[in-house]
Design a protein around this ligand. Structure first.
Ligand SMILES: C[S@@+](CC[C@H](N)C(=O)[O-])C[C@H]1O[C@@H](n2cnc3c(N)ncnc32)[C@H](O)[C@@H]1O
Ligand SMILES: [Zn+2]
Length: 900
């Protein structure tokens, strides 16, 4: 079996950086075509696929050239030309030449993705000339894939011309039918950009109508906020607002409660939920943002807020019953009800249990007008509905409709007021009550969320998809299919590239129902197979949805068993010489064990793995809690496993060495904290999955995965300690070891229990004995987290006369504290500790200084070390690290070597 490049080398640093950049700018990229969750960067997918197709050549020069090609090809925007050995080549030509040289007949090969979502892998497979088999359970994913991986590449330029003309026609139709419902800017007569609304609740005591405003600040930059005027109860119950400087901002709706600004009565969450359930359309128009028609500079905004006038209120009054009735008569599918409870959805608590309740009446009118337009076009093209170009046109028109729905519901909110920027309803998985919401004017071409703004971004994405270099001769097959039961033959596929769903991260099907209903209205007669059901299929969806499976425990087990079946399907349909690449991206480390067990049980053998830092920093980072920003790419084969092996010293040493080698390079590439620990998982599994079984000779039992992973944790702990102390582990107590590992890997970050647990286990420590001594336990967002104690946290202990620490770390922190306070006790304590612990005290203190520069701790410990004239024990440590980071690799005899 030929080894592939990805089993030997992968440019994790370069691809990771490109992926991060790609995620930051969506303009011109596939995600801007249609909202979907958990999309992977195309740059990473592209590099992964190319590195999986190409074999390792015999000639070192060829190998170096391939490395460079993969790095270039893995750029955010796939380059049309690449430089190879000083010459410029068209990308597809140089790739085709390489394929020919390696005797790879790419058009005869098949690759599949069984969880294809937005279609990142199928798209890049197709560009590389593979026959791409794409499947997902979710019908909306299928539509997105057709629009991303099929039509642009098949129809090419004429697609854009056709779409441009039809979107322009739709714009004119919208203007004609909707103009009278939208206001003009007072200054220049331009159409307004958007409206700011709020849900409103009556005070149970004084009857004041209170809008659910979390913060009436509109823009800090331009110093705008809504300032209320609270009327006396005998005059009115309506709060009036004016636009004022930010200092007058108010917050009525915080932590799910309202405190009445007139009578101070607290209205709790239950009251608010009940009120909105009873009066679901109690929406209050608060302000209007109008276009001033000028370019914004640093000081002046492009537009301004104003308070609505009588005319604005009249225009907003649209007969809701009439629209709902007309829509339902024609499209009964729009009568969709949401389940009472759903993962990541909380709007049902407010009685918002159906699709129509997600929109104001004017928003519904916009969506209806667009559906009317589609009907007109369908009538025009009724004899040609099966032509590919027409099918494509209807899909993109329908995408335009759902874009309007996503940017124009009672969950669209103001993200930032600098431009200002609006956030779509599904900026995250699930729907939540924001209190205030934004209604976009869909006919104002310059407003994000408007019809023509969507067309602009669609056009840019399509142009990029069309001009992407492509190896001719590939085809794509897109099917709705359950990953647990693939409709492919045994041993039929050359490759699998996939990125599965992860536990309870995302509620795909439930969220996509919001879009599915509108798509069904627009498209079910053209694509009847995709719209067989009232909503997206949920029963077999592989997520951990507690409300669907009777609690979290059942849901977890359903998910894990299902993933086991899906992995087995990968094994079944892969050819014996085939290769599967599976991305793992779960944020919680403890969830990993079961999923990994499922891969091992499926009989796949992990032949290589690469950690990739490609997620933008997770939101938890802002709270300074250690969490994963990396994913792991596992390369799997169907090959035979090696016979059973004993868990003896030889095996342990060999495993440790092979893992430590990888850890060294990952450390050098900047993997730190949780990401660093995760980066050991791949190499560890490579060893484990390559054997039939591992037998512990002492107990005569097979080593289970969790036992094996504890052994790996121990390797990680030893590795970290060596790094911290810059020498082989000296004999120091467990608490001090924990402190060093923590500071080296996580700095001041807090740890969740499962992250901490593996260290405690490896160091033989117990949480209860450490609290208040070296760790602190706190709660953030009702989750327990731990932080590592610092000098400031221990001052109360230090002040006690009888304070008598027994671990090295506590002694060092205590000495540093005494030094900082110029305490007369210092010399006496130093003498005592040196007697009991010797030079270790200074060695550990020096290591801490090397690890945590610019901290208060460092300043105090450095001072202490200087006072006792301790030479820099690890003086070349920093220099060495710098040298390491400047090392470059080169290839010799088919192996990577590092040079300065
Ligand atoms: C992480 S996403 C894939 C994202 C994709 N890689 C991308 O870049 O857009 C996982 C996908 O698995 C799909 N899925 C969940 N259960 C499934 C099942 N039983 N069969 C097929 N697909 C399923 C979800 O609908 C979702 O689209
Ligand atoms: Zn009141």
């Amino acid at each position: 079996m030929d080894k592939k490049i990805i089993e030997f080398w992968f440019p994790i640093k370069e691809v990771g950086l490109e992926g991060q950049k790609e995620k930051q700018v969506a303009v011109g990229r596939p995600p801007s075509i249609h909202n979907y969750f958990a999309r992977r960067p195309t740059a990473a997918a592209r590099a992964i696929i190319l590195a999986s197709i190409l074999k390792i050549p015999e000639d070192d020069k060829d190998l170096s050239m391939i490395f460079k090609l993969i790095i270039d090809y893995g750029k955010r925007d796939a380059p049309n030309y690449v430089n190879v050995n000083g010459k410029k080549f068209k990308t597809e030509i140089i790739i085709q030449e390489l394929l020919d040289k390696q005797k790879i007949n790419i058009n005869k090969m098949k690759g599949f993705d069984l969880f294809s979502g937005g279609g990142t892998f199928p798209l890049e497979m197709r560009y590389l000339g593979l026959n791409s088999y794409s499947s997902d359970l979710n019908p909306v994913a299928i539509l997105i894939e057709m629009a991303t991986c099929n039509y642009p590449q098949n129809i090419k330029k004429s697609l854009i011309q056709e779409i441009e003309s039809i979107f322009n026609r739709a714009q004119k139709y919208l203007e004609k039918n909707l103009k009278e419902y939208f206001s003009n800017s007072i200054k220049n007569g331009n159409q307004v950009k958007f409206y700011l609304w709020a849900f409103e609740v009556d005070c149970s005591e004084c009857k004041l109508k209170i809008p659910l405003i979390k913060n009436s600040r509109l823009s800090k930059k331009y110093n705008w906020s809504l300032e209320p005027n609270i009327p006396n109860s005998d005059i009115s119950n309506l709060i009036e607002f004016k636009i004022s400087p930010v200092k007058n901002a108010v917050k009525y709706y915080t932590n799910g409660k309202i405190i009445c600004p007139r009578c101070q009565k607290t209205l709790n969450n239950e009251y608010i939920m009940e009120w909105i359930s009873k009066y679901p359309h109690s929406h209050r128009l608060l302000a209007i943002y109008e276009d001033l028609g000028k370019k914004s500079d640093k000081k002046n905004a492009r537009g301004q807020f104003r308070i609505p006038n009588k005319n604005d209120f009249i225009k907003a009054q649209v007969d809701r019953n009439e629209i709902e009735e007309k829509l339902l008569n024609k499209y009964p599918s729009l009568n969709l009800k949401f389940p009472d409870k759903a993962l990541h959805w909380s709007i049902q608590n407010f009685g918002i249990k159906s699709i129509f309740k997600c929109f104001t009446s004017r928003q519904l009118l916009v969506l209806k007008t667009l559906l009317d337009f589609i009907e007109i076009i369908k009538e025009e093209k009724k004899n040609f509905l099966n032509e590919e170009i027409n099918r494509a046109i209807f899909i993109y028109l329908s995408f335009g409709i759902v874009k309007m729905a996503d940017f124009n519901s009672v969950f669209t909110f103001l993200k930032s007021m600098t431009s200002p920027r609006l956030a779509n309803s599904f900026s995250r998985s699930g729907l939540r009550m924001s209190g205030t919401f934004v209604e976009v004017n869909p006919i104002n071409k310059s407003t994000s969320g408007s019809w023509m703004k969507y067309f602009d971004s669609l056009k840019r994405a399509l142009i990029n998809l069309i001009k992407h270099p492509i190896i001719d001769g590939s085809s794509i097959f897109i099917n709705q299919m359950d990953a647990m039961e693939l409709e492919y033959e045994n041993n039929s596929m050359d490759f699998c590239f996939t990125d599965p769903p992860y536990y309870d991260n995302i509620n795909y099907a439930q969220s996509m129902d919001f879009f599915y209903t509108w798509h069904k209205a627009a498209l079910s007669d053209i694509f009847p197979d995709i719209f067989l059901f009232d909503s997206t299929p949920k029963e077999n969806e592989l997520i951990q949805e507690k409300f669907r499976h009777g609690g979290n425990k059942n849901a977890k087990s359903f998910y894990e068993k299902g993933m086991g079946k899906a992995f087995y399907e990968i094994f079944r349909v892969l050819k014996p010489e085939g290769l599967a690449v599976i991305i793992f991206a779960h944020k919680d480390t403890n969830a990993w064990e079961t999923l990994l067990q499922a891969i091992i049980d499926s009989k796949l053998v992990i032949t290589a793995s690469w950690p990739l830092l490609m997620e933008s920093a997770s939101p938890l980072r802002s709270k300074n809690i250690a969490s994963l920003d990396s994913v792991v790419i596992l390369i799997c084969r169907k090959q035979e496993r090696k016979p059973m092996i004993y868990f003896d010293e030889k095996f342990r040493n060999f495993t440790e060495q092979s893992i430590v080698d990888k850890l060294e390079s990952q450390w050098r590439l900047g993997f730190k904290g949780a990401d660093f620990f995760l980066s050991a998982m791949g190499p560890a599994l490579e060893v484990l999955s390559s054997y039939e079984a591992i037998l512990d000779i002492k107990t005569d039992t097979f080593i289970e995965l969790n036992e094996y992973l504890r052994f790996i944790d121990q390797i990680l702990v030893n590795f970290s300690l060596k790094k911290a102390l810059n020498q082989d582990t000296i004999q120091i107590d467990g608490e001090t070891q924990l402190y060093l590992i923590w500071k080296l890997n996580y700095g001041i970050q807090k740890l969740k229990y499962d992250e901490l647990w593996k260290f405690l286990k490896s160091l033989g420590l117990e949480e209860k004995n450490l609290i208040g001594k070296i760790i602190i336990r706190t709660k953030i967002n009702s989750k327990i987290v731990y932080s590592c104690m610092e000098i400031d946290d221990k001052i109360n202990d230090f002040k006690k006369d009888k304070y008598n620490p027994n671990t090295i770390i506590e002694k060092i922190l205590f000495l540093a504290y005494l030094w900082g306070n110029e305490s007369p006790k210092l010399s006496e304590r130093v003498e005592i500790y040196l007697k009991s612990d010797g030079e270790k005290i200074w060695e550990v203190a020096q290591s801490i200084c090397n690890m945590i520069p610019d901290s208060n701790e460092n300043r105090l410990i450095s001072g202490l070390l200087k006072k006792y004239s301790i030479q820099e024990v690890n003086s070349n440590n920093k220099e060495q690290r710098l040298k390491n980071s400047q090392k470059k690799f080169f290839v010799k005899n088919g192996k990577i070597e590092w040079k300065l």
